[in-house]
Design a protein around this ligand. Structure first.
Ligand code: SF4
Length: 374
């Protein structure tokens, strides 16, 4: 009975969302139809996708003011040049995808609030009645920017807050202060109250590690006291990048050495409570640091059927874990989004996930991915 009730509730909530999208914009019906078709192609796992992505992430910049110790950007790993998307490229892109997408995330690798036109960008997306989200460390938010942020119409602001004390926060972001970030969150909350705005919904994103797992149970109350939401995330160690130096050139180290380094990294950072550790990391640990082999699909990845990542330079990535330029599958400044979405590399990625690659298919990152980039 409870299950039937739950499933009915889900269906009703989906219907309400669809109706909301339909009435919100003249292209609402097209967006909902596209989303329904995208769902069907995801179920069918077709390599050619007539429906376009329902969501895109646009990396407005890959520059970052943070120094997150487990993030390749914070570690100073360079795979593509640093830069910011130009306004004309941004508006052309949004215009192109706006007939079918329902979600635009203005972030990928890098700190979005560093882009001098970020608030204009949010407004541009919102003027097209598309859900807009930003994920930020807040280091570049000045208190006086709060009003511009709230008035921009941004729907969700994810805040990277990976500790609940000065000590644990700085374990992850050594050059910044916990108290500064909290004061900025309070400033945005206060501005929302003053302007009588429901948005942006603020969410504290918290990566659970060995050093801060003891504080994680306090997060719900901490967030509620501030009047914001929260989200507990699993630690991502980016083990796949270990064989490369900061310039992303191979380090020429033996597999034995890499196994040792993987185990050390996992021992240092993964929570001691196994329930909070991704099962694939547990598997790597139990296998003495050996990574899953290429063909092993542990998770059913669906990214290439409904989501697209567009980097600041127009390169397209299959998922947010695809860090290196050489893994990009096309460029939307030289071709349309529609052309890239069904080019040979995208179709090869979809076939790779289904273990149905053809001989003529190019090599693709999904070939060596267990369905989630470790
Ligand atoms: S690389 Fe992995 S996570 Fe990314 S799209 Fe391919 S299968 Fe999915």
């Amino acid at each position: 009975m409870a299950q039937i009730l739950q499933s009915t509730q889900k269906q009703v909530s989906r219907l309400v969302t669809a109706l909301r999208i339909i009435v919100s914009s003249p292209v609402g019906i097209v967006r909902v139809t596209n989303a329904a078709m995208a769902k069907a192609q995801m179920r069918l796992r077709s390599s050619y996708c007539p429906a376009m992505p329902t969501s895109v992430a646009i990396e407005v910049t890959n520059l970052c003011s943070g120094d997150c110790v487990l993030c390749p950007v914070g570690q100073g790993r360079r795979s593509r040049s640093l830069g910011m998307i130009e306004w004309d490229n941004f508006t052309r892109l949004v215009d192109e995808v706006s007939p079918y997408v329902t979600f635009i995330g203005l972030y990928n690798w890098g700190e979005p609030l560093m882009h001098p036109r970020i608030y204009d960008m949010i407004e541009y997306v919102k003027a097209r009645k598309i859900h807009a989200e930003v994920s930020s460390n807040l280091h570049n938010l000045e208190t006086e920017d709060s009003e511009r942020l709230v008035r921009s119409g941004l729907d969700v602001l994810g805040v990277a807050l990976h500790g609940l004390s000065e000590e644990t926060y700085r374990n992850y972001q050594p050059r910044h202060r916990f108290v500064d970030v909290i004061n900025k969150v309070k400033a945005v909350c206060e501005t929302k109250r003053r302007l009588g705005s429901q948005t942006p919904e603020i969410r504290l994103d918290y990566i659970v590690r060995s050093d801060n797992e003891c504080e994680a149970p306090l997060l719900p109350d901490f967030a509620a006291n501030l009047g914001v939401g929260h989200f507990l995330e699993e630690t991502s160690l980016n083990l796949r990048l270990l064989p490369y130096d900061r310039t992303m050139k191979p380090r020429n180290v033996s597999e034995e050495q890499l196994r040792k380094e993987r185990l050390e990294l996992m021992d240092r950072w993964l929570p001691k409570d196994d329930a909070k550790v991704n099962p694939v990391y547990r598997m790597v640990r139990e296998n003495g640091g050996i990574m899953p082999s290429g063909g092993q699909k542990i998770f059913q990845c669906t990214n290439p059927w409904h989501h697209m990542i567009i980097c600041w330079d127009g390169d397209v990535d299959l998922c947010c874990g695809s860090y290196e330029k050489r893994y990009s599958v096309g460029n939307v400044f030289g071709a349309s989004v529609r052309e890239v979405w069904n080019n040979s590399r995208y179709r090869a990625a979809r076939r790779s996930i289904r273990n149905k690659k053809q001989e003529s298919d190019p090599w693709i990152l999904c070939d060596v991915c267990p369905g989630m980039l470790l």
